[in-house]
Design a protein around this ligand. Structure first.
Ligand SMILES: C[S@@+](CC[C@H](N)C(=O)[O-])C[C@H]1O[C@@H](n2cnc3c(N)ncnc32)[C@H](O)[C@@H]1O
Length: 249
């Protein structure tokens, strides 16, 4: 089993694959100002098993194209979509966010929770921008420093994990330089990390390790997830996800 298969097996049984919550998705949707509009064309990139996709479908009118690299996650999303009777509203698309199979000026809204980091914030925005209509909205959650100075251990951890981590003002500057006008931004509260992500993940370790027959790779993956949770508990006042909502000029 390769590294991706292990990650998929660990995460596919959960509602979400990263920090977030239905309440935060709802707040960000309200901030887009799109709730009264009809027939929206929406892309949800790096949708995973659809934690935020189903919330988008319940608050916004129109069609959602839900993109992920892994068919196993999209399969779970399709089951959840069917259970909610939303098959005609949500279309799963297996594709890489590096090379989206869409034309220019297609979407009114591009959404992505906890996924743009895979390419990097700046590169993601630069590649996805052309698929948005002028005046269309980009809504991204992205790892963000919440203070201007940090303990050395934490700096080193994130330098290894994601050197593009920045303060809110740094992220806003990137959006501006890429031709976006920021409409709103806010920091995700702790329950998004603990109650909606790490605790459900923690509950899944036992069955994951059983399925993986206690392989060393599976044990290592659980250990690295536990370390990440410990870092979060220790240093949560220094970082979180920021949610950024911006209009293409
Ligand atoms: C941290 S998870 C976030 C999932 C979901 N948005 C959430 O918040 O629960 C990142 C997602 O990006 C997907 N992903 C990873 N690499 C990708 C790529 N190159 N193209 C598209 N999706 C990708 C993963 O499969 C995963 O579902």
């Amino acid at each position: 089993m390769n590294e991706f298969d292990l990650l998929i097996d660990l995460h596919k049984h959960n509602q979400r694959q990263g920090p977030g919550s239905p309440q935060v998705t709802e707040k960000a949707i309200e901030l887009t100002g799109l709730m009264s509009q009809k027939n929206l064309k929406i892309a949800d990139i790096g949708c995973g098993t659809g934690g935020q996709t189903l919330t988008l479908a319940s608050y916004l009118d129109g069609k959602i194209t839900a993109v992920d690299l892994f068919p196993e996650f999209l399969k779970v999303l399709s089951i959840r979509t069917g259970e909610k009777g939303l098959n005609n509203r949500i279309t799963p698309v297996e594709a890489s966010m590096n090379n989206l199979p869409f034309g220019d000026d297609i979407f009114d809204l591009i959404w992505s929770e906890g996924a743009v980091y895979i390419m990097g914030f700046e590169k993601g925005i630069s590649l996805w921008k052309r698929h948005l209509k002028t005046g269309g909205i980009l809504a991204l959650s992205e790892i963000t420093w919440t203070t201007h100075t940090r303990p050395e251990e934490l700096e080193q951890f994130w330098e290894r994990e994601y050197p593009e981590i920045e303060t809110v003002s740094g992220k806003l500057e990137v959006l501006k330089s890429m031709g976006f006008e920021t409409m709103a931004h806010f920091i995700l509260p702790e329950d998004c990390w603990i109650d909606h992500y790490y605790l459900p993940l923690q509950k899944s370790y036992k069955s994951f390790l059983e399925r993986q027959k206690q392989s060393q790779e599976a044990i290592d993956l659980v250990a690295s997830n536990k370390l990440e949770f410990e870092m979060y508990k220790k240093y949560r006042q220094y970082y979180s996800y920021g949610f950024y909502i911006a209009r293409k000029l």
